[in-house]
Design a protein. Structure first.
Length: 556
């Protein structure tokens, strides 16, 4: 797959992330498909931050280590990333701040006194970003008209000076390569968080409750921005405990509700999760995984909460757990989670991580499956309403407040069909069996959905097993090496039959995960599947395509 990668780096707090986003939107105007990988420390200012913007003519969801353009606004960026440059790579840098004398021969360099130009134009220092974007556009053969068009959409404050300094850089630069427009359909760019938020809205979201916690904060910010447009209620309470309890209150009142958190916040929500299980209150929880234990690496990525969410909460109750791998799946599965939570009156959990949530994708809405509407059964007898009526599928008719002539009880204690507390052994047994039957009914209903996906060479004897955000890198590495990829989307109820069919004919199965213990592999083992080898990465960074390809070659 032919692709071009641009890296822009500098100090945290100096607009590097926004500059990377603008570069991506400029490249998107040429109808390229792209993916952005972001790397930043847990600092407001200082430290080193960078973005990798990768473009291709085809849909991508992963990054490469090697780059074509290095945009350096400080010496640290050049020192840390010059090793990434391809043989014909180019360095664009601020010659007032960066010494590029030590670059190996063969690399093309374009150094301009950006800091001096900023002073001469009498604009803010942070607009060095705009200047280097202008230089890059000229170096990449992109017209200044496209740059100005994107600036007008993306820059809210001080547009004129930003365009002026960008034009100054553009005029002073020279062309190195020419990125030609592809002429295919332009796709919008979405972060994983935005795709998750839009999917929740598609699934009927009315209230979103969250306490900010990386990497799920982006969902809170996005939904707050669009709350008026979609008639949403978006609430930021004082703690994660307040989040889950407030959400369950909205659920009791009949609102479709979701919450967002990370692993540490989910720890505090687990008793509320159990309350949802016992009281049969629909709620969707988005859990953004990151390295632990404890605070761990708060701004980096991991796939470490799979077994936690599968077993969280005291007691036994049904839950729906999904793990999207890209923006399209984030949109579809979050809508599905809203529907299934409401239909079966259970908690649904969406496993995200920093790679998915903060990655930027070209979003292709034509790849998204149709989503049938799912609603809970409604009560037929108002005067003798039983909130927890025994039914064959375990799902009781759901009434919400206010409902005329109905008493709607919910209870965290064991209860009878009316919701009245009981400790009777027979009642307790029947009610526990009723709650668990919902999981069986959900499992049967999921047979009508794609719970497992297969990519690559479908008859290949070697199969990569991945989940969540490792989808993109696994699929691309497998295509290069002629392998098969199996990706479970649903992790509870576990789709054993669909996984067995997807793995049919495999002679060797290799698990690819961002954790130290192979959590999906362990889950697969518990269902009787044998995983032959594992490739695990647990330094807080996700796999790059060239890295995974190299690791696979050592095994196969």
């Amino acid at each position: 797959m032919d692709s071009v990668t641009v890296l822009i780096g500098g100090k945290a707090g100096f607009g590097i992330d926004k500059a990377g986003s603008i570069i991506a939107r400029i490249l998107s105007q040429l109808s390229y498909r792209l993916y952005i990988y972001r790397d930043y420390p847990s600092l407001i200012r200082g430290g080193h931050t960078f973005s990798l913007i990768r473009i291709s003519s085809q849909q991508i969801a992963s990054h490469e280590e090697k780059i074509d353009f290095l945009l350096a606004l400080d010496q640290n960026t050049l020192n840390l990333h010059s090793w990434r440059l391809k043989d014909e790579g180019a360095v664009v840098y601020d010659s007032d701040a960066v010494k590029a004398d030590g670059l190996p021969k063969g690399f093309r360099s374009l150094g301009l006194p950006i800091a001096s130009m900023v002073k001469e134009e009498n604009v803010a220092e942070i607009m060095r970003n705009s200047c280097i974007i202008g230089i890059f556009c000229k170096a990449a053969g992109i017209s200044i008209a496209i740059l100005e068009e994107v600036f007008k959409k993306e820059i809210v404050k001080e547009l004129e000076p930003n365009i002026r300094i960008a034009a100054r850089g553009y005029q002073a630069a020279k062309e190195i390569i020419s990125l030609q427009p592809l002429g295919q359909r332009k796709l919008p760019l979405l972060t994983g968080s935005e795709a998750l938020g839009l999917g929740l809205i598609k699934g009927g979201l009315k209230t979103y409750v969250a306490y900010p916690m990386t990497p799920s904060s982006g969902i809170l910010h996005f939904l707050a921005e669009v709350a008026q447009q979609f008639s949403l209620r978006v609430i930021h309470p004082e703690s994660e405990i307040a989040v889950i309890l407030m959400a369950l209150g909205f659920s009791y009142m009949g609102e479709r509700v979701a919450v967002g958190t990370a692993g540490g916040g989910f720890c505090l929500m687990t008793e509320g999760l159990s309350l949802a299980g016992m009281a049969e209150l629909p709620v969707v929880l988005i859990v953004g995984q990151r390295p632990g234990p404890s605070t761990g690496l708060p701004t980096y990525t991991a796939q470490t909460e799979l077994h936690f969410v599968l077993s969280a909460g005291q007691g036994e109750f049904a839950r729906f757990v999904v793990a999207p791998g890209d923006a399209e799946e984030a949109y579809f599965l979050s809508a599905l989670a809203m529907n299934m939570s409401q239909r079966y009156q259970i908690p649904s959990i969406i496993l995200s991580d920093k790679t998915l949530a903060e990655g930027v994708y070209s979003f292709n809405d034509q790849e998204i499956e149709e989503l049938p509407a799912e609603e809970p059964p409604l009560p037929s007898n108002a005067l003798n309403y039983k909130r927890y009526l025994y039914t064959e599928d375990g799902v009781s008719p759901l009434a919400v407040l206010p409902s005329k002539n109905m008493v709607v009880k919910v209870n965290s204690y064991e209860h009878d069909e009316y919701g009245i507390t009981t400790e009777d052994p027979l009642q307790s047994k029947l009610m526990q069996e009723k709650r668990l039957r919902k999981g069986e009914s959900l499992s049967q209903a999921l047979s009508g959905y794609r719970t497992v996906k297969v990519y690559g060479r479908r008859d290949a004897p070697i199969t990569l097993l991945c989940w969540g955000s490792n989808k993109g890198v696994s699929v691309e590495a497998a295509e290069r090496l002629g392998l098969r990829v199996v990706q479970p989307l649903v992790l509870a109820p576990f789709p054993s039959r669909q996984v067995l069919e997807a793995l049919s004919g495999s002679e060797k199965i290799i698990g690819v995960e961002n954790n130290a213990t192979g959590q999906l592999c362990r889950l697969m083992n518990s269902y009787g599947f044998k995983i032959d080898d594992k490739i695990l990465k647990y330094d807080g960074r996700t796999f790059s395509v060239d890295e995974l390809e190299g690791l696979l070659k050592k095994i196969i």
